[in-house]
Structure formats: C-alpha cells, structure tokens
Design a protein around this ligand. Structure first.
Ligand code: MIG
Length: 831
C-alpha cells in the first residue's frame, strides 16, 4: 500500500481517500456490488416517503397510576412518565406494542425515578398535570403537550403525527423567535443549528469540509435556548431520523423517524447546564478517565515501524515536549487485519510497549470492525464459528470492501458478539496496549469512484435477541463496537480506568467512549470548525472530544499547526494526527519559532492539569460540557448565542484561538465581569469587544477575576500524578472556584475517594480574603501550596495564614507569592 499511496498523493489532496484506494480493491468492490444489487432486488422495500401524514387525534380516555399517565388516542396510544418534575418521557404508537420494543441503547441501564406526585385536573379541552413547579397541559381535542412554569416553556404544535404507511412518525415543537438550537452530535456548521435540516445517520464522507452533513456522529438530542429558559429533547431511537430545526417552517422544529412508534424525553431547565445534567441522568455519564488521557497524544497515519514509534517517543522526551500517548494506525496490522500485527515491522510488540512504558509513554492501537473474508485468519474463523456476523434476511453474511479487502461485519448489537470481540483483543492487551481507538464504525464500505456507502437498511441485527434491521441500528453500531472494546479492557485490567475513543457514536456513548471529530482538513477554516464541532459534541453529552490537531487531510503549515496546537491545548481530547500522505506534523516538524511555541502550548496544558481535570469531573458528575459556548458565561444576552470562534474551558477560563494566517491580534467579545489575561495579567472589563495581542507564541486566554486557578509544575507526562506542590493563582476580586481532586487513576473515586475544594475570594479595601472549604473523603499527596496573588491594587505587605502573619513574601512577575500548608482554612492578603 505504501507505494500506491505515494503515487496517489501526486494526484493532489483534493481527491478523497476512497477514490485513491480503489485501485487496490476495484474488482472486489465490483463483484460484491453485483451481489448487493441481487439482494436489493430481493429485500429492498419500496417506501413512499411522500405518503401523507395524520395526527394521533383526540384523547379518548386516560388512566393515571403513580408517575404515569396512559392515554387512549383516536389513532393509537400514548404513555407519559415523569422521571422528575423536569423530565418527561412520552411514548406514542399507533398500535399496542410490547414495551420491550422500546428497548433503548441510548439509556443508562438503571434510570432512577425521582419520587414526584402528579396532581391532575381537567376541563373540557385540557388535562392539567401539576408536577412540582411545573404544569403540563395535555390538549384533549388534538393530543398535544405543553410544559408550563409560570408561562409556557415548550410546547408541541400538532402533537405527534404518523405517516399513513406507518413507516414514519414525527413531532412538531414550537421554536421561540429568539431560540437557538444546539447539540445533535458533530456538525460541520456554525454552532447555532436553528434553520437547518439535520439527518440522523452516521456517515463517513471520506474527509469533510464545512457544510458536509451528516458526518460521523449524529446524536438525536437537541437543546433549545431562548430568553426565558431552555429545554432539551432526546429522540430515543437510533432509527434513521431527521431533525428539521426551523428550516421548513421557521418557528417549528419537526423531528421525524422512520419507525411506527416513538419514545422521547423532554428536559426542562432554566439554564443549559440543567438540561444537560438531566440529559445525563437519563443517558448516563462519562467515567473519570485516567489522568494520562488528558495529556498530549501523538499520532499519524501511520508510524510504520517499531523503530519509528520509539524514535518519535524519544524525540518528544529529548526535546522536553510533554506527551502521554502514542498511536498505532492501521499499518501495524498484518494486511490491515484487525487482531493481527505485522511482525516484520513490529517484530515484538510486547518489547516495544515495554520500552514505551519505561519512557512513561502509553500506546493506543486502532481497531477497525471489518473482518477479512479469509479462511485461516483468526478473526474470520472464530467469528464464523461463533456466528457473530451481520446477515442478509436470507441468512447469508453481509460482505463489503474496507481496508483488509472483502470483509464481514460483526453484529455488535449482540452481547455474545461483543464478548467474542473482547476475547479477540486479549493478545493485544497481553502485549500491554493501554486503550483502543475505534475507527470505521459508522460502518461504511468502499465504493468505486464514489463516497463510501452504507450497509443496506434490511441487513439483520440481533438487537440483544429482540431482532432489528440496519435501518434501525446503524446509528448505534459505533457505540456498541466501542463498548465491546471497552469490555476487553475492563476484563483485562478491572482495577484501572479505561481509555477508548470512537469515530461514530450515538446518544449515551459517553458511558463507553470518548470521541474525535473524524477526517478534517489542514485548513484555517477546519481549525475554526474544530472548536465548533467539539463544542457541539459537549452540547450533545459527549464532551471528551477533540479534532485531529494540525488537520488530517492535506499538508499543514508551521503557523497553522502552531495555532491549532495552541487551541487544542485547551480542548478536551488533545491529539495531533494526520493522513497517510500528509507531511509530518510532529511538534518539531517545522523548526523554530514554531517548535518552541508548540512546546509552550503543550507545557501550559500540563500546568493547567488540575483545573482541566476539574472540568472533566464536572462532565463526569454533572454532564456539564468541558469546553462550553461563550453564551453560557452570559446566558441572558441573546447576541452571544452564535459565537463559536472562542470558548469557555470549565467555569472560569475563556480561550480565544487565532484562526487566521498571519494574525497577531485577536478581537473578541469578553462576557460580563472582569477578566485577567492569563499570560500578561492585564485586567480587562468584560461586557464588550476587546482587541488583544496574540503573538505567535501564544493565543489569548482569560481568567475570570476572583477565580483561583490551580496549577502544577511542568511535567513531561502524567505517570507520576500530582507534583509535591500545587500553585494556587488567585485573581484579585470576589468570586468562587471549585476544584475536584482524586487519585487520577484507579476506581477508588467510585467508592467516595474524591473531594471538591471550594475557594472563595472576597475583596475589600486593601485586603483580600481567601477561604478554603472541602467536601469529600480524599486527601491528596501534596503538602504545600504556593499562593500567587495576581492583580492586587496596592503592594501586599503581609499575608495572614490561619491567624499567623508572614512578611517574608516573594514578588515575581507582578505576583505576590508565599508557600503555605495545603490545608489552610483562611488566608488574608494585606497591603
Ligand atoms: O479510511 O486508519 O478517520 O483517523 O488515520 C481511513 C486510517 C481510515 C480513518 C480515520 C483516520 C485514520 C484512517 N482511517
């Protein structure tokens, strides 16, 4: 393949992957195509998507039991269940269906009901269901639901409807005039999705550009934000669906799915954070990742030999560029076949990994789902024997061409298939790999001279014994593959935290994997999109996400790489990765001044680790995104809802990446309140547009006044956890910051070994008080903290720590500095 790809490279980067690789596979694809056309003739259904729609009609009857209300409708039935006052599940179907047909992969296994009581009143036209502070109005003439808290927050126009052929259902929701819409997974658009039609169908476009849609991960959940509040809707089915968020009718969101029944969840809330927390109560949360997963990751397609892997790792160490993880892309495999490796180029995988581990470097290999149709190959033989592959309705295995050539595809919707997959990973795990990278799992198959294709809708899935079609289950394929890989890891090292990430996924995937935003390009606009797509994934419940830093397809430049590394250093998943034919983009590839600027950016991330880790914990415990749209800092300002060229990291930082070639100043809107420049300590008034310096060696970063930032000493990797001393950088003003701490590895946090430390600052004339309180059952190893006070209005002369005065203060870079015991209660700074 190596030579082929070189030659193809000469044809230019505009060509997509798949076209360039077809030479290898063309005949196989054509032969297989003929088979697929035959199956189509037998099994493809002719569906008239233009058939007319009907509503479910009048409420004929209702019953009430505990937290549930059952409605008999003119054209079907509905069931309403309140999981809390703010979370309502509605199920609607045209005929009485078995409840297990609502089995959902999106939900966490145990969804707890808050005990709430329903107080139901009614008049001729409406049922009024009082739950806590909310009143839900159910229209009786035409079944519709409205949610009120004082005023109406969210309502259905037309209730639910069903297409007459019973092959599609839908619901229409009112969109407020000023409403902005977020979520729905990865979208190569701007942040606010109002006015778009968004297909729910995981798709690999073979390299995407702005406007391509859908792409690899679609999540059928959106949040509407408007002046008086917000709400979220989870369309709880992976079936091929469409979210029209005000495109056809500007004040209506029309959600439709190709099924005859629907279950959906409505989440009410005052703030976006509330809606996302409630969403995570239903769909589950991310487990705390190992600290090393928050480090810098170095990848490319592919490091070709064990020696190359070692030399990249060694160069990172020699150049003191912090890094925790290095990657093996498909060239480590024997002829691209998953579960094998190329023993010529990787003669002893276990020894390679031992050497990397000795350098405190982790290693993560790629996994592709396609299993080569080749007798004698372990994946094939064991898979056939265990009967794990997807089939046509006639029982024949479905085949398609991907990297190993003609392949079968495991049916990950079967627990025994996931078991089989986990088992096949043991040999890799025994060599010491530290995590898994799940690729190609939309899933897709190659075509000749065309973008990748999907498996046919009528392909059969086990769906945990319930049975289902690919139309219904395509969108959970990626998540379930990641779940199977996770199972392999958990089995092998049950006491550790796990790291897996995936290209395709779905609602709830945060329970099993993190993700990356697929095959972008090395352009400035893609750097901008990296922010948007990562923000959007955070608004979709899957916040541990990042882009291929530097860009995947095409050649990056020193400046673009530097700016992307600087932005990526503040994003959740921080991995540099590029395509097989792209020029090298390791941190040193472009020499100075880029190399130093990149080293500084990565080093800064490692210094910020305890703060970054807190943002991860907020996601794990509360479903709050790790990086957040700027409007969340000033939710009442409707003008901010489209901003996606800056982002918030955690509660108190704002990042303004440079997104243009040659730019050395950056203009941005700084939200209300005062902010300090993280690099210069200059204080700015927010609530206005500012323009600040953005030299090549850093991008603008702001810290909210009154905040306390924990910082660690520079480290080259996370293997040693927290250093002995932590810095607390205090930004003069009054405010509050919360910091999360635990062991950084291992599962003790699940038994309560963690704590939240609250730092409260109060500024009065000539003095600032810092109060520290902690909540939780964990004591970290560090014994001291170095207090660094930024921005004091007059020279600090004395610092009082729990009643004891200190005059031996250090002054550096405009900061007043003192080392104190880590468990202080109150510190006073006095002029
Ligand atoms: O068809 O494994 O998105 O990150 O380097 C390409 C090779 C297959 C696509 C992934 C990319 C990876 C590449 N893969």
């Amino acid at each position: 393949m190596g030579d082929d790809s070189k030659q193809m490279n000469d044809e230019g980067q505009e060509q997509s992957f798949v076209v360039r690789t077809v030479g290898d596979f063309e005949q196989q694809i054509l032969d297989n195509d003929a088979v697929m056309r035959e199956k189509d003739a037998l099994f493809a259904k002719d569906i008239n998507h233009d058939a007319s729609w009907a509503v479910f009609g009048r409420v004929m009857n209702w019953k009430h039991a505990n937290q549930k209300v059952m409605l008999t409708l003119e054209n079907g039935e509905a069931e309403l269940v309140w999981f809390s006052a703010e979370i309502l599940r509605v199920r609607v179907n045209s005929t009485v269906v078995e409840q297990n047909l609502y089995f959902s992969y999106f939900l966490q296994e145990q969804v707890e009901l808050d005990a709430v009581s329903l107080d139901i009143r009614h008049d001729e036209a409406t049922l009024f269901i009082h739950v806590g502070e909310y009143v839900y109005h159910i229209g009786r003439e035409a079944f519709t639901i409205q949610c009120w808290r004082g005023e109406v927050l969210c309502w259905q126009v037309n209730g639910f409807d069903i297409r007459e052929d019973k092959h599609a259902v839908g619901t229409r929701l009112h969109l407020h005039d000023d409403e902005a819409c977020y979520g729905t997974g990865e979208r190569a658009f701007g942040l606010n999705l109002r006015g778009r039609v968004l297909p729910m169908w995981n798709t690999d476009p073979g390299g995407y550009k702005r406007g391509d849609d859908p792409i690899n991960t679609c999540i059928s959940f959106y949040t509407g934000v408007y002046d008086d509040g917000c709400y979220g809707v989870l369309w709880d089915t992976p079936v091929r669906s469409l979210f029209d968020l005000g495109a056809n009718d500007s004040d209506v969101a029309h959600l439709t799915g190709e099924t005859d029944k629907i279950s959906c969840y409505f989440f009410a809330g005052e703030r976006v954070e509330d809606v996302l927390t409630r969403y995570s109560q239903i769909t589950g949360s991310m487990a705390m990742p190992p600290l090393w997963a928050l480090g810098y990751h170095q990848s490319r397609y592919s490091y070709m030999t064990a020696d190359e892997v070692l030399s990249v790792a060694q160069t990172l160490r020699d150049k003191e560029i912090p890094c925790d993880v290095i990657y093996l892309d498909i060239h480590y495999l024997e002829k691209n076949k998953v579960f094998t490796w190329n023993t010529e180029n990787f003669p002893d995988l276990a020894v390679l990994i031992e050497k990397l581990h000795a350098m405190n470097m982790k290693i993560v290999p790629i996994l592709d789902p396609g299993i080569a149709v080749e007798a004698g190959y372990v994946g094939h033989d064991t898979g056939i024997e265990a009967g794990v592959f997807l089939t046509y309705p006639d029982g024949e295995n479905v085949a398609g061409v991907v990297w190993p050539g003609l392949c079968y595809f495991p049916d990950f919707t079967d627990s025994s298939t996931r078991e089989w997959w986990a088992q096949q990973l043991v040999s890799l795990l025994d060599c010491g790999v530290d995590g898994f990278w799940n690729d190609m799992n939309e899933p897709l198959i190659f075509q000749v001279d065309a973008p990748p294709a999907d498996l046919p809708d009528y392909v059969q899935h086990a769906k945990e014994g319930l049975g289902g079609t690919h139309l219904e289950l395509h969108n959970v394929y990626g998540t379930l593959m990641a779940q199977a890989s996770l199972k392999g890891l958990e089995r092998h090292r049950p006491d550790k935290r796990q790291f897996t990430f995936t290209r395709a996924s779905s609602a709830g995937a945060q329970r099993v994997a993190s993700s990356w935003t697929g095959d972008n390009h090395s352009t400035w606009d893609d750097l901008h999109m990296a922010i948007t797509t990562t923000l959007q994934m955070g608004m979709s419940g899957l916040a541990f996400t990042g882009s291929d830093v530097g860009g995947f397809m095409g050649d990056t430049t020193g400046e673009l790489l530097t700016r992307w590394m600087q932005a990526g250093a503040y994003m959740p998943f921080f991995r540099n990765h590029c395509a097989v034919d792209a020029i090298n983009q390791e941190p040193w590839s472009f020499g100075e001044p880029y190399e130093s600027a990149i080293r500084d950016a990565i080093t800064e991330r490692y210094r910020l680790m305890p703060y970054l880790y807190t943002a991860f914990a907020q996601h794990a415990y509360y479903g709050t995104p790790i990086i957040r749209p700027v409007f969340m800092a000033e939710p009442d300002n409707p003008a901010l809802r489209d901003i996606d060229d800056c982002f918030l990291l955690g509660d108190v930082m704002l990042i303004a990446p440079v997104l243009k070639h040659g730019e050395r100043r950056r203009t941005l809107y700084l939200p209300d309140g005062d902010w300090y420049d993280f690099h210069t300590h200059i204080r700015y008034h927010g609530g206005t547009v500012v323009c600040v310096d953005a030299p090549l060696n850093h991008i603008p970063v702001f810290v909210k006044s009154g905040a306390v930032l924990p910082l660690w000493a520079t480290q080259q990797h996370m293997a040693d956890g927290a250093p002995e001393t932590t810095v607390l950088r205090i930004y003069t003003d009054s405010g509050e910051t919360v910091i999360y701490e635990d062991t950084g590895e291992g599962l003790a946090y699940q038994d309560g070994a963690y704590r939240w430390v609250r730092y409260q600052t109060d500024e009065v004339t000539d003095a600032l008080t810092l109060r520290r309180t902690e909540d939780g059952d964990y004591t970290p190893a560090y014994k001291f903290v170095e207090l660094q006070l930024v921005g004091s209005r007059s020279q600090i002369q004395r610092i009082e720590v729990d009643g004891v005065s200190h005059f031996d203060l250090t002054y550096r870079d405009g900061m007043t500095i003192l080392r104190v015991d880590a468990d202080f209660d109150v510190v006073g700074f006095y002029a």
